[in-house]
Design a protein around this ligand. Structure first.
Ligand code: T46
Length: 192
């Protein structure tokens, strides 16, 4: 299992160190001790599976508000996704900016997403399966989000979005949830 910092403070790529053998492979994806030693959340409240059937499916940008703000460990088990993070932490050097990475099931690659980051993805293949670990329970009353097509963010999505939920089509713009954020800080992809 590899833990590598990525683009924004507190975000890490998580790599699955597979041990191949004639049957296939086996490897560790999470270890509470290793995560704790690295200063990462090492206890999860809930885990979820997310299945998307069509290439181009876009979900996001989602987060939970306090006191249910959550850290997520996301692992791609099947298919490929373009994963996007938006930094909503006012004290962060990358506040109001976004970064992106590709995750795929072939390598079971993952990303560790700290509290204060809005998360979304677009599938790059049919039949995507994702595994989520959440540090806090799901709380519908604390579900929040930012528009995936916010013009101030100008997130670059690789494909025309399909199968976007009604909720995601009506999420607020960043300027509505962070009025003090000057547009000059946004429109920049944080280069990894
Ligand atoms: C998030 C969640 C949802 N649900 C129920 C609520 C709905 O009936 C159904 C689908 O929920 P939603 O449309 O919010 O699912 P996504 O659009 O895939 O949202 C998720 O994907 C984005 C990209 C994320 O990062 C979040 O983890 C999460 O918001 O599952 C639950 O029962 N538990 C949960 O933890």
């Amino acid at each position: 299992m590899k833990i590598e910092s990525f683009a924004m403070e507190g975000v890490y790529r998580i790599g699955w160190s597979a041990n191949p053998d004639p049957r296939g492979a086996f490897g560790r994806l999470f270890c509470a001790e290793t995560f704790a030693e690295a200063g990462l959340v090492s206890q999860w409240a809930q885990t979820n599976l997310s299945r998307s059937t069509r290439r181009g499916t876009l979900r996001g940008m989602h987060y939970q508000t306090a006191p249910f703000a959550e850290t997520k460990l996301l692992v791609c088990l099947a298919g490929r996704i373009h994963d996007v993070l938006v930094d909503l932490r006012p004290q962060s050097a990358t506040y109001g900016q976004w970064c992106a990475l590709e995750l795929d099931g072939a390598s079971s690659s993952g990303v560790y997403i700290p509290e204060g980051i809005a998360h979304g993805f677009q599938t790059l293949s049919d039949d995507v399966m994702l595994h989520y670990s959440h540090s806090r329970p799901y709380s519908p009353a604390h579900q929040a989000g930012v528009a995936f097509d916010d013009p101030d963010l100008a997130i670059q999505w690789p494909l025309p979005p399909v199968a976007v939920s009604e909720r995601d089509l009506t999420l607020p713009r960043l300027c509505e949830i962070a009025p003090n954020l000057s547009p000059s800080r946004t429109k920049q992809e944080v280069l990894s």
